[in-house]
Design a protein around this ligand. Structure first.
Ligand code: HEM
Length: 243
């Protein structure tokens, strides 16, 4: 095990990626808060909105947050397509056969049937699944949300039942997305004893040598092998920092 006192750090997020993440955090929770306040207007916790005397406030804030969230998603697609690092991220995020083997081996380890957990690369299978679940959820929320927002246009193009179905999908996907973030994502980045009270890379962009060894051992091994070579995809993604 590598000591946490080592002065080597490994890059996980550039400043631009951290900004994308924080814009996502703020806009997503604004959508959750205002969305459920729209659905349950009589709930005690909606006093924040009622206190202003304007019922429309939650609808307005939901649309503002939805605009920020949608623009961020479009920006992110552009980042993945048109920047060198974004393209490397996209390659690293692709699901591969190895991820399914890692999932199986991690389960076997959890059940005590393997002596050691799998060694993970830049993204472990659960990080990739979380990312693609977010992409899928965003597509659903943006499409159904737009149908609801621009109902005059929607009703000119589709029968009424399409809007009813969109409302149901928008609501249940909202429940699923909120539960996935609060239970799944928060466990891995906040409550997991290995990172508690938080995975600090979301603030600073770097992880420690110990975290790198424990969570991305396969990538670390490759980095060591490629140290003297030209910049490889993984060095580009992970860059080392000596302090
Ligand atoms: C991704 C996170 C989101 C969550 C958690 C969320 C949640 C919700 C919820 C719970 C409702 C109430 C549904 C109902 O009454 O059955 C709602 C309504 C709505 N949402 Fe979202 N939503 C999200 C994203 C979006 C996006 C991206 C858009 C638009 C692009 C959008 C547009 C709307 C609109 C227009 C309504 C109806 C508002 C009204 O009745 O005034 N939502 N949302």
């Amino acid at each position: 095990m590598v000591s946490d006192k080592s002065n080597t750090y490994y890059l996980r997020w550039t400043r631009g990626e951290r900004i994308q993440h924080w814009v996502l955090v703020v806009s997503f929770f604004m959508l959750v808060l205002t969305g459920f306040a729209l659905k349950y207007p009589e709930s005690w916790w909606t006093w924040v909105f009622s206190a202003t005397g304007s019922f429309d406030l939650r609808g307005l804030l939901h649309r503002i947050a939805a605009t920020v969230y949608t623009l961020l998603s479009l920006y992110h697609v552009g980042y993945l397509l048109f920047s060198t690092r974004g393209r490397a991220q996209f390659q690293a995020l692709k699901l591969r056969k190895r991820d399914f083997l890692d999932l199986r081996n991690q389960m076997l380890y959890n059940l005590g049937k393997r002596p050691a957990p799998p060694k993970y690369d830049h993204y472990a299978y659960w990080e990739k699944l979380e990312y693609w679940a977010l992409v899928w959820g965003t597509l659903i929320m943006v499409i159904t949300g737009m149908l609801l927002w621009f109902e005059n246009i929607s009703l000119r193009l589709f029968p009424l039942w399409v809007l009813d179905v969109a409302t149901v999908i928008h609501f249940y996907e909202a429940v699923l997305a909120t539960a996935a973030i609060v239970v799944w994502h928060f466990y891995f980045v906040l409550f997991n004893p290995a990172v508690y009270p938080a995975n600090m890379s979301m603030f600073y962009g770097y992880i420690t040598a110990r975290e790198m060894q424990e969570e991305h051992a396969a990538e670390l091994e490759r980095m060591k092998q490629h140290l003297d070579q030209d910049e490889t995809e993984e060095v580009l993604l992970t860059g080392r920092l000596e302090v």
